[in-house]
Ligand binder design. Structure first.
Ligand code: GLN
Length: 524
């Protein structure tokens, strides 16, 4: 069925938000097949340039859409997201479908089960469009660490979309999907959301199940929505949040109906600005946009005060100990024996034989004794070939920091600082309801600009990683545009399990401004 309504005739289905699409689907003004086809067409049109998707499941998506339409037409009950397409970051397991984490290591891996969030989407009758590109194993902030090539920012295709959920952010920004899921370990939802001009929410640690989310740093990882508006984020979060017996770190607390709650504005809001988030390194245009957004809240009657997060200056250093330590442990499973990539064994055995002969000819007994056996060589080659350079860097950093003699000095010390960072937030939230500030220090930079400088890449996470270390809820919403027309994000942070407060505050802002409705011009 073709969708046409005289009022919106000029608009295409892909211009509508998820909430608007859902409303029309419920009224049977449009069909899920029509919606799904519109997004697939859009992907065909723009994704050859953007490269947001690693895989698009055209047939599967249309078949799901058809089944949902049939159920609806037959008057049978349908789920809360019935007929809405969703893009999934390729770090989430989809049963029987490739789940690569943008790594050669998992290039041919098909998990035997769905991540809990994916199962919940299916149960809600969402249509799974495909899997989005990302930094390898979610390690990175620019998407340049994908083994399958970078994603491009829809606002300027010479620039990065941010990472690691850059594919999900770009897919939503470029109208290739109305909803997407990302994951955030140190900023991976909020950073690309800010740089692509979409709304992204990192839930409280424990709010959303991590079962089937391929682990990077297990004490920091969370799955969350990336959407066109706070309303859409509420819709998606309501479906994926909640306790899961398969993830012991998911918390057993009732899930509010975010989509309903969001309609209530907040009154008497007390907003805190962390002194440490407005200092050195913050681009003047970003600061101006963020301060302007805060004035919008003041115009609603919010009170604003300066607060301090004194330990936030240690956040980057702390994160880059804890995250690599956990990663080095989590990634030990990629050994070529269980699953994933394995080096070519024939050439490996030939290599060992050549080495052995050379050592024999040289009479090098010590060398012969020290030689790898075939199993060790298989591990070594598999990991050398399967992982990209950033993943190797993290595994080495983490292995070093966890090794005997260094564990206390690095890992244990970092855990103590993490505690202090958490306490800073506890104190701040005794005085204010929300914290507001920048998401990234600058708008999107050019592809290639920081690839040779890991430290400056790490510093890009300056404002986002403390929320992961503290486990609190945080969000990015579009709040401005740079002189070059690049999106700027506003970060809102709330105490644990106050996603509802975040969403209501975000919706208040979006009801008075239209930064979130801006669309990149991809026709040029
Ligand atoms: N950019 C950060 C890193 O490289 C955060 C990544 C993430 O949140 N997954 O670790």
């Amino acid at each position: 069925m073709e969708w046409s309504s005289p009022r919106d005739a000029a608009m295409s289905l892909t211009d509508l938000t998820a909430t608007q699409l859902l409303d029309r689907l419920r009224k049977a003004e449009i069909t899920s097949v029509g919606v799904t086809q519109a997004f697939l067409d859009r992907i065909d049109k723009v994704d050859t340039t953007i490269r947001a998707f690693l895989r698009v499941d055209r047939d599967g998506a249309l078949a799901q859409a058809e089944a949902i339409d049939a159920r609806r037409q037959a008057g049978k009950p349908v789920g809360p997201l019935a007929g809405l397409p969703v893009a999934i970051k390729d770090v989430l397991c989809t049963a029987g479908e490739p789940t690569t984490c943008a790594s050669r290591m998992l290039e041919h891996f098909r998990p035997p089960y769905d991540a809990t969030v994916v199962a919940r989407l299916r149960a809600a009758d969402a249509v799974l469009l495909g899997k989005t590109n990302m930094d390898e194993f979610a390690m990175g902030g620019s998407n340049e660490n994908s083994a399958f090539g970078p994603v491009r920012n829809p606002w300027d295709t010479d620039r990065i979309p941010g990472g690691s959920s850059g594919g999900s952010a770009a897919a939503v920004a470029a109208r290739m999907a109305p909803l997407a899921l990302g994951s955030d370990t140190g900023g991976s939802i909020r950073c690309p959301a800010a740089l692509c001009g979409v709304t992204g929410l990192k839930p409280t640690y424990g709010r959303v199940s991590r079962y089937g989310l391929v682990a990077f740093a297990s004490s920091l990882d969370q799955v969350g929505p990336m959407t066109r508006s706070a309303e859409d984020a509420a819709l998606l979060l309501s479906v994926v949040a909640g306790h899961d017996p398969a993830d012991s770190t998911s918390v057993n607390r009732p899930v509010p109906d975010y989509a309903k709650a969001i309609k209530q504005p907040l009154s008497g809001l007390r907003i805190g600005l962390a002194r440490e988030h407005f200092g050195e390194g913050l681009d003047a245009e970003v600061e101006r946009a963020v301060r302007e957004a805060i004035r919008v809240y003041e115009s609603f009657g919010a009170t604003v005060r300066e607060i301090s997060l004194p330990h936030s200056k240690y956040a980057v250093a702390t994160y880059y100990i804890i995250a690599p330590c956990e990663a080095s442990s989590n990634l030990a499973r990629y050994d070529g024996a269980h699953y994933g990539y394995r080096t070519d064994e024939k050439s490996m055995l030939a290599e060992l034989e050549t080495e052995r002969r050379a050592l024999e000819v040289a009479g090098d007994r010590d060398g012969l004794e020290a030689m790898d056996n075939a199993l060790i060589r298989m591990y070594r080659r598999t990991r050398a070939e399967g992982f990209g350079p950033e993943v190797k860097r993290r595994v080495m950093l983490g292995t070093y920091a966890l090794s005997a003699g260094y564990y206390d000095a690095y890992y244990l010390k970092a855990l103590k600082v993490r505690r202090l960072i958490r306490e800073d937030f506890d104190k701040a939230f005794e005085q204010v309801d929300l914290l507001a500030g920048p998401v990234t220090p600058t708008p999107a930079f050019k592809l290639g600009d920081k690839v040779d400088d890991p430290l400056s890449m790490y510093l890009f996470d300056l404002f986002t990683i403390s929320a992961n270390l503290a486990g609190i809820a945080a969000m990015s919403i579009p709040c401005g545009s740079s002189g070059q027309g690049l999106p700027i994000g506003l970060q809102l942070q709330a105490p644990p399990f106050e996603e509802e407060r975040l969403l209501r505050a975000a919706r208040m802002y979006q009801s008075a401004t239209n930064w979130h409705t801006m669309e990149p011009d991809l026709e040029k």
